[in-house]
Design a protein around this ligand. Structure first.
Ligand SMILES: [Zn+2]
Length: 209
């Protein structure tokens, strides 16, 4: 079965794909961020599908907080996609930027659902965002177990395959970036054609990620 490792931090820094510009309200960048960071929180790795209200449980996080540098409030290159839990805990703290450093060098998800720190920055991330909170650990453990069940029995038990799909497939409401017209265009022009929505339309998108 061809399924990716579903709960792990990236081994490389995130390379930005899109470059929309010109929205007066930074919240209008959200569809781009959803697609850019593949519908999950860069900090805790929770996915939109893990929340009953999906993308409504997510928001835009300013890597350099608004209070620290208000000039970056509408700068796409200063945004990452975060669940509202992590975003509100983070507040105005400055932590490492997943587009500059690979979080996989700082954090590892254990089978138990616990995160281990691999560096001082990793330790700080866990502390600052309370990433080993009991509820988060339980949730990761549950998803890990579901993943293992799917690997072992998914092909013969449709109910397991269905539960796995609910956890690890793409959201059904993929944003159609081609229909959006950022006021100042897209500095990484043509990236709309590489969106998950466009890839699904071409039949190129896998079932899981
Ligand atoms: Zn989060």
């Amino acid at each position: 079965m061809n399924v990716p490792d579903p709960i792990s931090y990236l081994a490389e820094p995130h390379r930005r794909k899109h470059g929309p510009a010109g929205y007066a309200d930074y919240r209008d960048f959200k569809p781009w961020l959803r697609d850019e960071f593949v519908f999950r929180c860069v900090y805790c790795l929770f996915r939109e599908r893990w929340y009953p209200n999906g993308s409504a449980a997510f928001s835009i996080d300013h890597v350099v907080p608004r209070r620290v540098d208000p000039t970056l409030i509408n700068d796409y290159n200063n945004f990452v996609y975060s669940c509202t839990r992590c975003n509100s805990i983070k507040q105005a703290r400055i932590i490492i930027d997943p587009t500059k450093t690979a979080f996989g060098e700082h954090l590892r998800v254990e089978k138990t659902g616990q995160l281990s720190a691999l560096s001082d920055d990793g330790r700080f991330l866990i502390y600052a965002l309370d990433l080993n909170d009991e509820l988060l650990v339980k949730e990761r453990l549950f998803r890990n177990k579901l993943f293992d069940l799917y690997i072992e029995f998914g092909s013969s038990h449709s109910s397991i395959a269905e539960l796995f799909s609910q956890s690890f497939s793409f959201p059904s409401d993929l944003p159609d970036l081609k229909s959006l017209r950022p006021p100042d265009g897209n500095s990484r022009s043509g990236s709309e054609n590489d969106s998950h929505h466009a890839r699904r339309a071409r039949g190129e998108l896998g079932n899981y990620y």
